[in-house]
Design a protein around this ligand. Structure first.
Ligand code: GLC
Ligand code: CA
Length: 538
């Protein structure tokens, strides 16, 4: 396995990155046109969310052909140009493989519906009667996770939308197909992969009702998951590539196995527990201030657990499924710059490979939508209805969406202060926050003190100081308002202190060493300014 500890990955949500042909939807040539900007950040890899042929019910996470490109995003030739141009700049492209399910528009599913036995076995079909689904499992996008097909007298499993049918990984033919798809893309020069909800693919042999929850305990990190991952990585010929698994509701022990090089599974894992600290009673569709005590404990437990077990974390705040970190954990009004930089420093100096989601590097905020017609995301639209059915008023449901909707992370990249933020010459597929007039890459590039400049510095420091990639992690005891930790390598120590609040806070004794990076021009006194972040090297 190669060593990816010094790498930094930039995530592109293609639909919202840059539109080259005025149809309001971001595309492949749009990315190619922005490679110099991406290169200027200093990142090593770009992960692009799915651009495969798709009905786009879930913006490409519903693939109908894994080997072709959806015309809305471009052509194979344009992708080949993007690969070549990225290569020239020393940037590797990572694709997003959605292997838990296919779109119901996929050829395999259509042939299954037509009654072909071979393809019925590609999916999780179960015989049954129209009024009683095989189990009470819930779809992650709301409602029961089974759909009845009268012509087959069978139910099929969909852990996500009804248009996303779960594949049957217990069928060796399915596993062969998936390996072959990986080989197809690596032959084109793809350098890494992100695997969508990969820890959900191994389903239990016996299907039973969940009397305690939504069913996830039966299929999360399922019975043969480690075996299947080893087979996929070896057979797909991707053991030396950067691979990251999106791990839903997982455990530290499983993530150690997924990412320990000796296991020959993946290079690293995304886990999400630290992003559920603003879910009241575990329910995402609620309003709650983040619990910083819980956040600190989760980050610390994962840092220590993965370190002790020989695993490797992907560290991140943002992606296309999350609200914007500066709005969620910082203060996107009074202290937008300070809190965005603090959050960046806090995560980039942890033990793990940092991921930056498009726009995070300029402090992009939540969307600020106030009407249901502004939302596009299937999950948000489903849950809006569910919240209304459960008795919330429209205003209440909209307030929850404004804080929690995935669309907060999906508004177009803000390139300029001008029309449509420089994203498109046409009508953007989703609205653009008003604040693009002053939050945009053009403005940030001119300001040496910008959030953007701070991200560049953090990425450069990782390359220069090996303690950031290689050092061990130790927490420092503090109040809930502060997160502090040490990294150690040989005789060196890196001490990081972050003020998680908008209040001046006492740090007690000042760490020893030289200030390596901070978000204030401070005088090393014992007080941290609102959202102040400092890292000292000794
Ligand atoms: C992952 C993706 C998300 C998608 C889901 C189903 O969580 O990140 O965007 O909706 O899987 O594929
Ligand atoms: Ca376009």
């Amino acid at each position: 396995m190669r060593d990816f500890t010094r790498s930094c990955v930039y995530q592109i949500y293609i639909k919202s990155f840059c539109d080259s042909n005025g149809d309001g939807i971001g595309d492949i040539p749009g990315i190619t046109g922005k490679l110099d900007y991406i290169k200027s950040l200093g990142v090593d890899y770009i992960w692009i969310t799915p651009f495969f042929r798709s009905p786009l019910n879930d913006n490409g996470y519903d693939v109908s052909d894994y080997r072709s490109i959806d015309p809305v995003f471009g052509t194979m030739e344009q992708l080949e140009t993007l690969i070549a141009e990225s290569d020239k700049r020393g940037i590797g492209l990572m694709l997003d493989m959605v292997f838990n399910h296919t779109s119901t528009e996929h050829e395999w599913f259509k042939r299954a519906l037509a009654g072909e036995e071979k393809y019925i076995n590609y999916y999780k079909f179960v015989d049954g009667e129209p009024d009683s689904p095989p189990t009470n499992w819930e779809s992650k996008f709301g409602g029961n996770a089974w759909e009845y097909v009268p012509s087959l007298k069978k139910w099929y499993l969909h852990l996500f939308d009804v248009s996303q049918a779960d594949l049957n990984w217990d069928n060796p033919e399915v596993r062969e197909e998936l390996k072959d798809i990986l080989r197809f893309w690596t032959a084109k020069g793809i350098k890494g992969f992100r695997f969508d909800v990969i820890n959900l693919v191994s389903k239990p042999d016996v299907l039973e009702n969940d009397t305690e929850g939504d069913g996830r305990r039966f299929y999360t990190d399922g019975p043969r998951i480690h075996e299947y991952l080893k087979e996929l990585v070896e057979g797909g010929g991707i053991a030396d590539m950067l691979t990251v698994g999106e791990m839903s509701s997982t455990t530290i022990d499983n993530c150690i196995r997924y990412s320990d090089p000796a296991e020959k599974e993946l290079s690293m894992c995304f886990s999400f527990h630290h992003l559920k600290v603003d879910y009241a009673n575990g329910d995402k569709w609620t309003l709650m201030r983040p619990d910083f005590g819980k956040l600190k404990k989760l980050l610390t437990d994962w840092q220590i657990g993965m370190q002790e077990g020989g695993g490797w974390n992907a560290v991140f705040w943002c992606n296309h499924d999350q609200p914007r970190a500066v709005s969620r954990f910082g203060d996107d009004k009074r202290y937008r710059k300070e809190s965005a930089k603090m959050l960046a420093g806090m995560i980039h100096l942890l033990r793990g490979t940092p991921y930056i989601f498009q726009g995070e590097e300029i402090g992009t905020t939540n969307a600020g939508f106030t009407d249901i017609s502004q939302y596009r995301d299937v999950e948000s639209l489903n849950y809006y209805e569910i919240m209304l059915r459960n008795g919330k008023t429209r205003e209440e449901a909209l307030a929850v969406l404004a804080a929690k909707s995935r669309d907060n992370g999906r508004t177009p990249m803000q390139w300029t202060g001008g029309r449509n933020a420089g994203f498109t010459d046409g009508e953007p597929w989703i609205g653009i926050p008003e604040n693009h007039t002053y939050i945009n890459t053009e403005e940030a590039s001119e300001d040496p003190d910008s959030i953007l400049a701070f991200y560049k510095k953090l990425i450069a420091l990782r390359k220069e100081y090996h303690i950031i990639a290689d050092g061990s992690f130790e927490p420092i005891e503090t109040s809930d308002n502060i997160f502090a930790y040490r990294r150690k390598l040989g005789t060196q120590t890196l001490t990081v202190v972050c003020n998680l609040t908008g209040e001046k806070t006492d740090i007690g004794s000042i760490p020893e060493g030289e200030l390596l990076i901070g978000n204030y021009k401070n005088e090393q006194n014992g007080m941290l300014e609102p959202y102040e972040f400092r890292a000292y090297l000794k």
